[in-house]
Write a protein that binds this ligand. Structure first.
Ligand code: FMN
Length: 423
């Protein structure tokens, strides 16, 4: 399988033989074989963090009889060039951290691109500001990637450089599948791997994944360890809730912390509460306290009912979280993370223009595998709050193609004497 990925993405990790003058870590003699690689793993357990199995040794020239050889792991991109491994990108983010939530069938590759573009701004000196500090993909079934239709599922894992740092989120209850999915994320050049431990959907729970993992902390811990094995140098995080039927943060969070994920996003509701009650930010605050009491380095991100960056900043002050994740607030507002612009100040013309751009991207990237109907919830969110919005919305709901959407938008703007630039 070949997928588009950035120029700096790790595509594979080669083991190459280096014949050093004064190498402190001599591992084997002779031209390295797969066995040597295994020996190297034993001698340097940290190599395991690079995750990928040996893809063959570079033929740098076989060493002569008594020359000793050091094995070096070389991450390379799709052109064979060496990739500078990014360590833990989380450490480099300025706090507080504001991130985009995974929203299945909403924050797909098309919408993520739109958010990455309009969420940022350029300062007069040319430097960039705003934008989500981290972007999550929608959740992807690790079981499906391993056993099912990898070609189709992998389309959810397509991203552009503008989205970085970007994290792939997976769900499964099988550690081996998690390991393999995490390895794929590494190969595709993601910046991190996240495990879903909060989804209340029955079809996910049937697979003992998502929120169901809160009932099985032991398996949850194994999944984190498996993800770490597969993810190599990539940081592994978890997204979860505050309990299953009742609030269980006192037991559940320490269990997760014991597996040392780099970050835990805490959605402030139990599984039972679904999204029906207000998020318990007092419990998110408690999660921060527990983390501090345990002396853990894991970052805590709070999530639930935050609609703007201003609100997010207030939540940070109240709860002490390292950052805030925003989900539904992004509907109809790809400018959400752009602190230079307020949604109230975005003209109707611009909103409709971006909506059309979003539709075209959706068709280009996903039109062959996803239903056009998925765009309809976006139209509801883009088109409201102005005179004539309802009339246009009703027409958009009935449209069945990008051409129809374009025609309706143009007609509406003509009628309302606003012009739209071609996007
Ligand atoms: C339509 C929809 C899809 C979602 N998909 C995912 C998902 O794929 N992975 C996940 O961890 N959470 C998912 N969630 C949960 C959100 O990421 C988030 O935790 C929740 O919406 C609360 O945050 P908010 O109040 O800012 O929206 C989804 C929520 C919604 C409404």
């Amino acid at each position: 399988m070949r997928l588009p990925a950035g120029r700096n993405s790790v595509r594979k990790i080669k083991v190459r033989a280096v014949i050093p003058g004064d190498c402190p870590e001599l591992i084997s003699e002779g031209f390295p074989t797969e066995n040597d690689f295994n020996k190297a793993l034993q001698a340097q357990p940290e190599i395991e963090h690079y995750g990928l199995p040996c893809c063959g040794a570079d033929k740098l020239g076989a060493p002569t009889a008594n020359q000793r050889v050091r094995l070096e792991l070389v991450p390379v991109n799709c052109y064979g060039g060496r990739v500078q491994l990014m360590s833990n990108f989380w450490e480099k983010l300025p706090k507080p951290i504001f991130v985009l939530a995974p929203l299945a069938n909403v924050t797909d590759s098309a919408f993520r691109r739109v958010i990455a573009k309009y969420g940022k701004f350029t300062r007069p000196d040319g430097s960039k500001g705003g934008g989500p500090d981290v972007i999550w993909t929608e959740f992807v079934s690790a079981d499906g990637l391993v056993k099912g239709n990898r070609e189709v599922l992998s389309r959810d894992l397509v991203f552009t450089e503008s989205e970085r740092p970007v994290i792939a989120q997976f769900f499964t209850s099988t550690p081996e599948h998690m390991e393999e999915a995490a390895r794929l994320a590494l190969e595709l050049g993601f910046d991190g791997v996240d495990i879903n431990m909060g989804c209340p959907d029955k079809s996910i729970e049937k697979q003992k994944a998502g929120a169901m993992l809160m009932k099985n902390p032991k398996l949850a811990i194994e999944l984190i360890a498996a993800a770490k094995r597969g993810a190599g140098h990539l940081p592994v995080s978890v997204k979860t809730r505050i309990g299953y039927n009742k609030i269980e943060i006192e037991e559940w969070l320490p269990a997760l912390l014991s597996a040392e994920p780099v970050a835990i996003t805490v959605h402030g509701r139990t599984r039972k509460e679904m999204s029906k009650v207000d998020a318990h930010w007092d419990m998110i605050k408690r999660a921060v306290e527990i983390r501090n009491e345990q002396g853990s380095k894991t970052l805590i991100l709070g999530n639930g009912d935050v609609k703007t960056i201003e609100e997010a900043k207030e939540r940070v002050v109240e709860s002490g979280v390292d950052g805030v994740m925003i989900g539904r607030g992004i509907f109809g507002n790809p400018w959400l993370f752009n602190t230079e612009r307020k949604i109230e100040d975005i003209s109707i013309e611009e909103k409709l223009s971006v909506m059309l751009e979003h539709t075209k991207l959706f068709m280009e990237l996903l039109g062959d595998i996803k239903s056009f109907a998925l765009m309809k919830k976006h139209y509801k969110a883009y088109v409201h709050g102005f005179d004539g919005a309802k009339e246009l919305r009703v027409q958009l709901m009935e449209a069945e193609s990008v051409e129809e959407i374009e025609r309706l938008v143009k007609e509406w703007l003509d009628k309302n004497r606003v012009s739209i630039a071609t996007v």
